[in-house]
Design a binder for this molecule. Structure first.
Ligand code: GDD
Length: 421
């Protein structure tokens, strides 16, 4: 029996999806028609031995999360539970804190998955790989190749090329270590609780204080506190994948992830992709249209477009490389390129909403998505995809270019390279 644990973090981490909604937890942001962590759960459910999926985070339980969990349980016929940390315990603190819940039922192994990554996760291959490692193996880490420059923003791994044992691990190094990077997807055996206990006690001892103003330190970082000392002890191994994988920290990354998940649908769920036909809009490339959306047959959509639940798309509308979220209205002849249109927003007649993609450099092998800083050195907004927050009204016959619009705004004119508060 296997389990899977998804680390969903909490409201303090990763605020960059905020312009879209101040309420919805980021792991529930829809990509290719489904919440980000739906894709994790779907991947786990393909392994018949996975009997329970545990979400660990520090969000207050909320209606959106509860609804998502109950619907996913029914759809995938697997038990899903949310365990809430009393404060942010780090990437391994929750695993240690909830060790009894994780071990109930006696799982042989369990996957641990960061919620803010997406990809074509080779979970079965990781299992097969792990089972052929020596009996001392406690962890198999999924890794991929990045460029030298980009590797510095990830966990970096040096392996023994023959045995794939991790010999050296550095989290976000200051200087180059390796182009093999940690994908934030692990397969662990119950043996992991011993090094977790060591890390937990060490943190407590080193930070112990009788000063009542100093909070006790119960955070455990899986990367620095656990993997670093485990390297070269015959316990951690790396499984390299060349399949699609990306971090999904910014709204721009959602468009990139959308494209790749739509490509995966071609193989796994072709029925989710829109097709051309009489009375239907013209579709080019991969497009997802929710069955409840009303799309005028003269609209042209694609490639890489997701049209959410109850969206209305008018006559002659053009949408490319974009995500249109639930309840939005695109009025006749508007044009949406490289943009996210938030929940229940409306874009006026003949309006153009356009952004600039941050796609990986196609000339650099193994390049990952660029995550540019929001501002240039002289304080201007770096061009990126345009994000229209929820319940925003964009008037007719205007252009909104490379801008971020916060929720509930009623725009009155054209905007270029601006954050509209
Ligand atoms: N439950 C819980 N509690 N989850 C957390 C906490 C916490 O206190 N802190 C972070 N997480 C979750 C986040 O939601 C995210 O899914 C994941 O853990 C990792 O979050 P970060 O701490 O922001 O790390 P990172 O994304 O910068 O780097 C990690 O992922 C990279 C791959 O995307 C590291 O594991 C890197 O080594 C790795 O390359």
């Amino acid at each position: 029996m296997l389990k899977a644990i998804i680390l969903i973090g909490g409201p303090m981490k990763g605020t960059r999806f905020r312009p879209l909604s101040l309420e919805l937890p980021k792991p529930l942001f829809p990509v290719a028609g489904f919440p980000i962590i739906y894709h994790h759960i779907e991947a786990c459910s393909k392994l018949s031995d996975v009997r329970e999926i545990i979400l660990i985070g520090f969000y207050q339980p909320n209606e959106a999360l509860n609804k998502f969990i109950s619907q996913s349980q029914v759809e995938f016929q697997v038990q899903i539970r949310y365990l809430q940390e009393y404060s942010a315990l780090g990437t391994a603190g929750g695993l240690y804190h909830f060790r009894d819940q994780i071990m109930t039922g006696g799982p042989e192994m369990f996957f641990v998955m960061n919620a803010d990554v997406c990809g074509d996760f080779p979970l079965q291959e990781m299992l097969d790989f792990h089972r052929t490692r020596p009996s001392t193996a406690i962890c198999t880490m999924l890794a991929t190749e990045a460029t030298r420059q980009q590797s510095l923003t990830y966990g970096c791994v040096v392996e023994n090329k023959d045995t794939h044992e991790i010999l050296h691990y550095v989290e976000k190094p200051e200087t180059f270590v390796s182009t093999t990077i940690n994908c934030g997807i692990y397969l662990l055996t119950p043996g992991i609780f011993q090094p977790l206990e060591v890390a937990f006690k060490k943190n407590l001892e080193e930070n112990y204080s009788f000063d009542f103003q100093v909070p006790s330190k119960e955070v455990i970082r899986l990367e620095q506190d656990v993997f670093v000392p485990m390297a070269a002890t015959g316990t951690v191994y790396v499984f390299q994948s060349t399949r699609f994988w990306s971090q999904i920290k910014s709204a721009g990354a959602a468009i990139y992830a959308n494209r790749h998940y739509l490509v995966i649908y071609r193989r796994t769920h072709p029925e989710r992709l829109a097709t051309n036909g009489e009375g239907k809009p013209k579709v080019t490339g991969d497009v997802f249209i929710h069955p409840t959306a009303q799309v005028h047959p003269t609209a042209v959509l694609g490639p890489n477009v997701t049209i959410g639940r109850n969206v209305v798309v008018g006559e002659g509308v053009r949408v490319r490389e974009s995500i249109i979220l639930e309840g939005a209205t695109l009025q006749d002849h508007c044009c949406i390129l490289h943009a996210i249109i938030g929940w229940h927003s409306s874009v006026g007649f003949w309006t153009r909403v356009e952004g600039t993609p941050n796609d990986p450099n196609p000339n650099k092998p193994f390049a990952k998505l660029e995550i540019p800083s929001m501002f240039t050195e002289d304080g201007r907004l770096n061009p990126s995809i345009t994000v229209i927050g929820s319940s925003v009204q964009v008037p007719s016959e205007v252009i909104v270019l490379n801008s971020i619009v916060l929720p509930h705004k009623d725009l009155s004119g054209c905007y270029k390279n601006q954050i509209i508060l």
